[in-house]
Write a protein that binds this ligand. Structure first.
Ligand code: PMV
Length: 361
């Protein structure tokens, strides 16, 4: 019996001998942040994100049937064409977690080739795009084995499996806006997988832009796993989870009404709260850099003087995501090149926008 019997595989009759599956899946940026989890990879609060478009991982999964089913997982891993032994333990534990839902895993020898469109160690988390791309490839194989799986089951199970690789990865399978975590205001929401935002989204958010300023490309001082765990026994944890829940209700209204001033307020508050949780945990830590704060000041000044609807959000790192309506693209890009590039490491930034999720190539 599995924890989620609805995601168990149906009886397998014949396994294909060999083949290759290529998929891509994007990163995502949370508007309402997930920070704090319970086993296994279940969120303490619901989160909402924009799925990105061009920041993505492409994965080629080659599979070859083994003569006899093994008692271990057989896979080789290549990142940008080179063997990547240090990623193997993460994939190994991912396979262990999902084996009960994909029992054919031990029947195959896999070769996994993966590449990212964004620069290596840019501080952009590759776990969301990487894990969702791999989960989606594995689900394509499941579909070859069991072609009767419905489209809805396929998508839900892809998100469910991606979650077991990296929590936020479950929000990358679909787009342009997804919700992960059970919430009474969001019909169909679940802790086990993400769903597309269930109501019509206001046209103000169409093609919403996300320009990512690469402030610091250094390795993260604190992994997100450690960060999530520091929410256990955190003095403000229960208030934070309550606040996040209230913010989900607020953002739900905002995404429908298109109220950009309210959007700015809730999104910036969420970003700063995420970092406030890090600063008030034990041990405490700061992931923002001086240039992160300078950029935030510049954004506030620009907004005050121009009336722009630009705002920022932050991930678990020093980089700044600048969010703005498509209609302001030209002016904001001028502002970025004139003012903000100076705060970026080697002047680097990435122009992205909201996108639609994982794809079979
Ligand atoms: O998916 P994880 O375990 O890497 O956690 C991601 C946490 C944040 O990026 C900080 C917030 C979020 O909701 O994506």
């Amino acid at each position: 019996m599995t924890d989620y019997p609805e995601f168990a595989s149906s009886v397998i009759s014949e396994l294909p001998e060999k083949g290759v599956i290529s998929c891509s899946s994007p990163s995502n940026i949370a508007l309402i942040k997930y920070w704090g989890k319970r086993p296994i990879q279940l969120p303490e609060n619901a989160s909402i994100s924009f799925t990105l478009d061009s920041c993505k991982t492409t994965t080629d999964l080659s599979y070859r049937k083994r003569d006899v089913e093994g008692d271990d997982f057989d896979f080789e891993l290549f990142f940008e064409g080179k063997p990547k032994p240090d990623f193997k333990p993460k994939i190994e534990s991912f396979f262990e977690r999902i084996y009960q839902y994909l029992p054919f895993l031990k029947n195959y020898a896999f070769t996994i080739h993966t590449t990212n469109t964004f620069p290596h160690s840019s501080g952009i988390a590759s776990s969301a795009s990487g894990m969702s791309a791999l989960a989606y490839c594995l689900m394509q194989l499941e579909k070859r084995i069991n072609p009767d799986i419905s489209e809805a089951e396929f998508i839900q199970k892809s998100s469910f499996l991606a979650r077991l690789g990296s929590g936020s990865a479950c929000r990358s399978i679909e787009g342009p806006v997804t919700v992960w975590g059970e919430h009474s205001d969001i019909v169909g929401s679940s802790d086990a997988f993400a769903i597309p935002f269930p109501s019509p989204i206001h046209p103000n958010f169409e093609n919403y832009q996300d320009t990512i300023l690469l402030i610091d490309k250094g390795e993260k001082q604190v992994s997100s796993t450690v960060g999530h765990n520091l929410m256990h026994g955190h003095p403000f944890a229960s208030k934070r989870f309550e606040q996040a829940s209230g913010n989900i209700s607020l953002l739900k209204e905002i995404l429908t009404s298109g109220d950009l001033d309210a959007f700015i307020e809730v999104v910036e508050s969420e970003a700063l709260t995420l970092h406030a949780m890090m600063m008030t945990s034990l041990p405490y830590f700061i992931l923002m850099k001086p240039n992160t704060l300078s950029v935030i000041q510049e954004i506030w000044e620009y907004r005050n003087t121009t009336g722009s609807k630009i705002c920022f959000t932050l991930d678990a790192g020093a980089n700044v995501h600048i969010l703005y309506p498509d209609s302001e693209k030209k002016q904001v890009l001028e502002f970025i090149t004139n003012k903000l590039v100076a705060y970026c490491q080697n002047g680097q930034y990435i122009c992205d926008k909201i996108g639609l999720g994982a794809k079979l190539l």
